[in-house]
Design a binder for this molecule. Structure first.
Ligand code: B12
Length: 585
């Protein structure tokens, strides 16, 4: 095998696959739809935090060389690569790993452990939302030297890289929790909690790919950290933000100049007119800032843009959205058709009737599409209530036929967000939480059965229901979409077939995974091993699809598919590489 050329940097930021080592793993089954299908990812969860891009820019401007390695994407595209050899080709002062989304807990810790095998003396730092929440526990793992807490880490990271360059101990650097030479945990305090989110993304260069068919060309940005709203299931809600960060005001905004920088750099992308822009969290933007944002949209030749909205968008903003891009898409998340469930989910600020009237206004104003998301796993939501949401979706599709109203259903799996109100006070809201600590979650993510990976259930839906009822609801909705002519019938049939098939097989895996006796469990799982490997290969390596675009698309070229080396170099490296050995446990 050809060795990869050495990459030298001050900081290498690594995005770990949710589960490591997923390749040829015989004891872990990834059923179809196990990511819920809201965004185009595999069960490795390839998005890295956009903060990687801002850290790269801001630290780069201070003279530090920061590189990004999306290990999820790299190992999906090049499963023959040996991680230790990949890591041996990197020389850096510091490895940074995101544990932003809790879903990455098993993979992030396993990658840290592997780094330490290859580079025993290079420090490893964790950061992101979940790292901040669980910093005290994380820093006690022998492979994690430091945790950088906070929603805004540019300044402290600059100081840390400076200290490492000068050979100083990281004394006094805000937000840092670290282990000193004697193995004692040192807490520098969590005091850097600024009002503004200091840095915008540099979009000018995008990962290039030869992977071919239907590349996913998308930019994604959020104009703020934190949230103005307080949905009980959400680990980024107002109260969750306050639990995680020592800050009363649960919001930090990017300045308008930084947002402008994002658009300026995006405009340098030569084929920007083929890119979709996903504006997450635009519901948190007050009107004057939203207007400025829309001005920028108007000056950019984006193919399309979607806005998440909490309330029904005002007529004035609807008109601006439509004027500034002719394919403006609005995403609403009423979470349930049932007003009681919707309210308990933190929504319910408009009725179904109000939404339907508004839909006419939105299309009259020139909005291109409205996506409407319903959640599964909410308080007081039982099977009948989920069915009610499916039926309401059917009603919407019938009533707004030909008008690009797209309802979706999303089972909330595998995790209820740590730090969310329902996670913190489960009994009060009808929830039961199976995992509390990092270690509980890490073990859960290593379970063969998706049902055993789920960290919660509700009084109304068990873990098994969340999967079965949830997947069936998605399949039903696909069938309804076929009936009204939104999907080709073959697509809906295919979704139903995959759901039935993966649920049947999941039951076999689940039975084996629930065996008390460890040896017996291992033996039974091993009997299913070949079939698990075959099925997982389809889910992992055949490209990505999501509910909004349920057709497999190639991996590579998404803004987060940064693989550290170019594809020609990687192709040469894997030529003649041996097949990876089967892995268990
Ligand atoms: C935008 C967003 C997304 C975007 C992705 C944005 C992105 N790539 O960054 C999309 C829509 C794709 C998304 C997807 C998902 N999301 Co989301 N998302 C959010 C949202 C609205 C904002 C988060 C955010 O980016 N804030 C900005 C700041 C805080 O982060 P940042 O700039 O990226 O990073 C800074 C710091 O965090 C830190 N940092 C981060 N990583 C690291 C690493 C190191 C080493 C260091 C030093 C620092 C550091 O430094 C950065 C610079 O200052 C929050 C809700 C909220 N209000 O917070 C949910 C939220 C983060 N998402 C959540 C979840 C569950 C998901 C999904 C798992 C859902 C799903 N089943 O599909 C997926 C995971 C996708 C994946 N990994 O592939 C949960 C996470 C809860 C938890 N603790 O696990 C949240 C809190 C709420 C929610 N339920 O939506 N999400």
């Amino acid at each position: 095998m050809y060795d990869l050329p050495t990459v030298r940097a001050d900081l290498v930021l690594i995005h770990a696959p949710a589960v490591f080592d997923f390749r040829n793993r015989r004891d872990l089954y990834f059923p179809y739809l196990c990511t819920s299908g809201d965004v185009p990812i595999t069960p490795l969860y390839e998005y890295f935090p956009v903060g990687f891009k801002t850290l790269q820019r801001s630290l780069g401007e201070s003279g530090f060389d920061v590189r990004i390695l999306n290990l999820s994407s790299l190992l999906l595209r090049y499963p023959q690569l040996d991680l230790e050899r990949v890591l041996a080709s990197i020389e850096t002062r510091l490895f940074g790993i995101d544990l932003h989304w809790m879903i990455h807990v098993q993979g992030a810790i396993a990658v840290a452990e592997t780094i330490k095998r290859v580079h025993a003396d290079t420090p490893v730092i964790f950061g992101g939302i979940s790292s901040t929440y669980y910093a005290d526990e994380l820093v006690r793992y022998p492979w994690i030297d430091m945790v950088m807490r906070g929603y805004e880490t540019h300044g402290p990271m600059r100081e840390l890289l400076g200290a490492l360059r000068d050979g100083r101990a990281p004394e006094g650097i805000a937000n840092l929790l670290w282990t000193d030479r004697d193995g004692a945990v040192r807490d520098n305090g969590f005091t850097h909690v600024p009002e503004s989110y200091s840095c915008g993304i540099d979009w000018a260069s995008q990962p290039q790919t030869k992977s071919g068919s239907m590349p996913i060309l998308e930019l994604l940005s959020t104009q703020n950290a934190g949230c103005a709203y307080n949905c009980g299931w959400c680990g980024g809600s107002r109260d969750a933000f306050r639990r995680i960060n020592p800050k009363k005001r649960p919001m930090a905004r990017k300045s308008l100049e930084e947002i402008e920088h994002e658009f300026d750099t995006a405009r340098q992308i030569p084929n920007l007119d083929q890119y979709h822009f996903y504006s997450v969290g635009s519901y948190n933007e007050p009107k004057p800032r939203m207007r400025k944002f829309l001005e920028q949209v108007g000056e950019s030749n984006l193919k399309s843009i979607s806005y998440e909205q909490y309330h029904l968008t005002s007529d004035e903003i609807l008109a601006e959205m439509a004027r500034t891009n002719k394919r403006s898409i609005i995403t609403l998340s009423p979470e349930s058709h049932d007003p009681v469930v919707a309210k308990l989910s933190g929504r319910g600020v408009y009725t179904n009737e109000e939404m339907e009237e508004w839909l006419y206004r939105a299309f009259d104003a020139g909005i291109f599409e409205v996506d409407i998301w319903y959640f599964i796993g909410m308080p007081q939501q039982d099977k009948a209530s989920v069915q009610g949401s499916v039926d309401y979706c059917a009603h919407l599709l019938e009533k707004f036929k030909g008008m690009r109203v797209s309802p979706f259903l999303c089972p909330m799996i595998p995790f209820l967000d740590p730090a969310s109100t329902f996670f913190e006070e489960p009994d009060k809201h009808g929830y039961r939480v199976f995992c509390r600590t990092v270690e509980d979650h890490r073990r859960a993510m290593g379970r063969a059965s998706l049902i055993n990976r789920i960290n919660y259930e509700t009084k109304w839906l068990s873990r098994r229901d969340l999967v079965h009822v949830g997947f069936d609801a998605v399949a039903q909705l696909a069938e309804i979409k076929a009936e009204v002519g939104v999907y080709p019938p073959s697509l809906a049939r295919n979704i139903r077939r995959k759901v039935i098939d993966s649920l049947e097989f999941l039951e076999e895996v689940h039975r084996a995974d629930c065996l008390e006796d460890e040896k017996e469990r291992a033996r039974e799982l091993d009997l299913l091993g070949d079939e698990i490997v075959r099925r997982n290969a389809e889910i992992l390596f055949d490209g990505v699809a999501n509910q909004a675009f349920p057709i497999q698309r190639g991996i590579g070229g998404r803004w987060f598919d940064e693989m550290l080396w170019d594809e020609d170099t990687l192709d040469r490296a894997v030529a003649g590489a041996p097949e990876p050995a089967p892995v268990t446990g």
